[in-house]
Design a binder for this molecule. Structure first.
Ligand SMILES: [Zn+2]
Ligand SMILES: [Zn+2]
Length: 222
């Protein structure tokens, strides 16, 4: 049996939405540079502020470096971490709550440092105060954070249930996007480029359509 080298793998045929954001269980899936709807990511109320945030992520296996040397881990993590930018909304009460936790975190951190430099028995307590400030303050201040970053997707954790459930599913996002395409055009199932329905080949990624190829241009209307 001959194998057509231009036939893409079956897995790539799975519908991937071309939209800006959608939900996957408790996770918000979006794209680098995307702007999420102007509702609070924690409670889904109208947002008072739209935050443009950098999010970072690295594969969790890198945490094993902490067991060897925490400084080494910090340096490696800075180099290998993947970054993306996402804009999301936050309501006034949740923004204030975040600022309170940040103040607790920094306040505790400085207090802990002072205790360490004062020496004696207070120094040991200072380390404890610093750790507690980091956990309580900075974890409490954290809003949406990256659960995974790939070139195609930014997956966000930490969003409230009401907000997540207000977003379209992956399938809904894909068909919404296709419904907005100009007449006679569709999307390439491989790279999501907008191309004419009768294309024989995708001008962007060179995927072949028709004939022996398993790929078809995705039509605008279902
Ligand atoms: Zn809120
Ligand atoms: Zn393509």
């Amino acid at each position: 049996m001959s194998v057509n080298p231009y036939t893409p793998p079956k897995a790539a045929l799975e519908a991937r939405p071309a939209g800006q954001y959608w939900r996957d269980g408790k996770v918000v899936v979006t794209r680098n540079g995307a702007v999420l709807p102007a509702r609070c990511v924690r409670c889904n109320e109208a947002a008072s502020t739209q935050l443009k945030r950098k999010v970072y992520w690295h594969h969790p296996a890198w945490y094993l470096l902490i067991l060897i040397n925490i400084i080494l881990y910090a340096i490696v993590a800075l180099i290998i971490r993947k970054r993306a930018e996402v804009s999301y909304g936050i309501c006034q009460p949740h923004l204030r709550r975040r600022q309170t936790f940040l103040a607790i975190g920094w306040g505790g951190f400085v207090l802990g440092l002072l205790m360490i430099f004062s020496g004696g028995a207070a120094a040991m307590l200072g380390i404890f105060v610093i750790l507690l400030s980091i956990v309580a303050g900075f974890a409490g201040a954290r809003l949406a954070y990256a659960a995974r970053i790939t070139p195609e997707e930014v997956r966000l954790n930490g969003c409230g249930t009401a907000f997540v459930e207000s977003l379209p599913s992956a399938t809904e996002a894909a068909s919404e996007q296709r419904a907005m395409l100009p007449a006679g055009s569709g999307t390439c199932p491989n790279c999501e480029a907008v191309i004419p329905m009768d294309s024989k080949e995708c001008p962007r990624c060179k995927a072949l359509f028709g004939g022996e190829s398993a790929w078809r241009v995705q039509p605008a209307a279902p």
